[in-house]
Design a protein around this ligand. Sequence first.
Ligand code: SF4
Length: 380
Amino acid sequence: MAGIYIHIPFCKKACHYCNFHFSTQTNNIDGFIEALMIEINLRKDYLKSPIQTIYFGGGTPSLLSFSQLKTITDAIRAQYVVNDFIECTLEANPDDITEEQLQYWKQLGINRLSIGIQSFQNDALKWMNRAHEVEQSHKAIEAAQKAGFENISIDLIYGTPHYSRADLEADLNLIKEYAIPHVSCYALTVEEKTALQSMIQKGQMKNVVSEEQAAHFDIIVDFLNQQGYEHYEISNFAKPGYRSQHNSSYWKGAHYIGLGPSAHSYNGSTRQWNIANNALYAQSLKKGEINFEIESLELSTQFNEYMMISLRCMEGFDLTFIESKFGEAYLQHTNNIIAQFASQKVLSKTSEGYCLSKSAKFLADGIASEFFIVGSSPSL
Ligand code: SF4
């Protein structure tokens, strides 16, 4: 299984918290697409297996016109083997979703929408500096469902100051009313060099409170579990049959190619990432070159990534897999850390290994880091 990620690096407005790569210079979209066409061609042999999932992320892919998106999907179908294709996701912001656009997206084979709702509270949207208002979110969901998109995901951001538990419960009830089959819920984090960080440092905005975020997380997990969602990854909840195939394949170690500025690619032994600068990305492609960095993944790095990802997923880590892929020393190292955690009840036994217990899920990344190998091999 292999996937393609296409990064569309443009947004109408800069959200205060965002540290993704994007530009608000939307007059450069055509130049970006010309460069992307060259990259698609230059890298057509990167993946050895047929493509099963395509994901348009960003930035804001829904800013693209029908003809711009069609240029990209035509090039992918022409240059890559897209055989057993199962999922094509487009990230869309509510203010871009119209009946006309929805029909275009269907024509292009997009069969899953990931809608950047973030909150159904106008105060929270304003605080985040989102480009849309709540009314547009309602219209977008209704229009998408009417147009026949049943595989819809929505993003929700919790733990922002002024976002009360009652606000969160009201948002969760709307998700239930709309019968949205997939929800991604993210605790707001204050990232380096964002407008949010600067405003907090200057005392212009309140900082986030991690205890309140943990309480919000518990409300979300309990509510969505009761509604029949699988909590299949720390931030992701799906009704049966609606897990994101594209992201799930990342988490299972499938290979993928990332196209566009800042996009990452992985082929099993190396990871590479394109320059996160639209102008430099396009300049080098005009000369027939790709501006990227690459790292070879040592066995210890692969192990650390496996532990991080598997502990974030519902299934957890598999001890037999660890022994067969990484060897006896890694298995012993893993068992030593499991023993250290024995009294804390953060791990639950599964048939193949361990996953996080419910109470430890909010701390997933910290617990995973305890398993990390520092250096090139386990020291026992
Ligand atoms: S729309 Fe998305 S990518 Fe663009 S600034 Fe906001 S959060 Fe970042």
